[in-house]
Design a protein around this ligand. Sequence first.
Ligand SMILES: *[C@@H]1O[C@H](CO)[C@@H](O)[C@H](O)[C@H]1NC(C)=O
Ligand SMILES: *[C@@H]1O[C@H](CO)[C@@H](O)[C@H](O)[C@H]1NC(C)=O
Ligand SMILES: *[C@@H]1O[C@H](CO)[C@@H](O)[C@H](O)[C@H]1NC(C)=O
Ligand SMILES: *[C@@H]1O[C@H](CO)[C@@H](O)[C@H](O)[C@H]1NC(C)=O
Length: 259
Amino acid sequence: FNEEIKGLAAVSGVPLGNIYHARNLDFGLFMGWDRKTHTWTITEKLKPLVVNVDFKRNNKTVFKSTSFAGYVGMLTGIRPKEFTLTVNERFSVDGGYIGILEWILGQRDGMWMSFLTRRVLENATSYEDAKNELAQTKLLAPAYFILGGNQTGQGCVITRTRINTLDIWEIALKLGRWYVLETNYDHWEEPFFLDDRRTPAMKCMNKITQANITLQTIYDVLSTKPVLNKLTTYTSLMEVSTGKLESYIRACPNPCNPW
Ligand SMILES: *[C@@H]1O[C@H](CO)[C@@H](O)[C@H](O)[C@H]1NC(C)=O
Ligand SMILES: *[C@@H]1O[C@H](CO)[C@@H](O)[C@H](O)[C@H]1NC(C)=O
Ligand SMILES: *[C@@H]1O[C@H](CO)[C@@H](O)[C@H](O)[C@H]1NC(C)=O
Ligand SMILES: *[C@@H]1O[C@H](CO)[C@@H](O)[C@H](O)[C@H]1NC(C)=O
């Protein structure tokens, strides 16, 4: 049966394993803390601006995105049946701040990270195509690009400096690596001890097991503190095979970590 299923998958192009891609968007650290409500000022201001946008060409959806109203870059997006893409901040001496703060960055030689993601979502037509563009375009600041494809095993974290790509970390089912997970630290280094969201998130994933992974169980992982924290503005869940993009504006009830 196993061989037959693999054969059918190969011929029909329908992947053996569904590919999910999900994220929390955390933003607003150290940009003002409201002592009365115990919240981050910018984080709270962003929440009502969360919008889902369909980008169309000839009246047909090319890609969908969860964004902030008035922000033209893309931080979370899906090209139905082709690929899914999110961006994550990477702090580095060479980098400076990215994300919303790109707006106020000076003039440098390179591309605004979330404009690159927009261009990729607009014009790349496959996982490989997107991967090459994300790995090779010169940027203004370092970043992690998290990319999912439409075939079994297509999923990676691209670790970028402004100039080049340090590492592409891919799903490897044969090695038992059925997911890749990124929380703002290089995956080959330990996370900063005051901000370890990786260990709890991995603990949840491993407890769920590959067999039981669904958008619902992933939502549970992203709702577990401190993966969910006071910087979390929204949670997005994507399923490339159906083109589904669902986003939820979040709140983290006390007691809750500030980050
Ligand atoms: C675009 O599509 C929508 C619904 O899918 C339809 O109502 C509308 O008439 C279409 N517009 C044009 C210009 O074809
Ligand atoms: C995956 O994407 C490729 C490239 O866009 C496309 O040709 C193929 O039909 C897609 N496969 C599935 C199962 O959606
Ligand atoms: C995508 O490609 C089209 C056609 O080549 C081009 O006009 C457009 O500017 C590109 N979009 C972006 C965001 O670069
Ligand atoms: C997976 O889900 C099934 C059905 O909900 C449940 O019975 C089983 O205990 C779950 N397995 C794990 C490892 O959580």
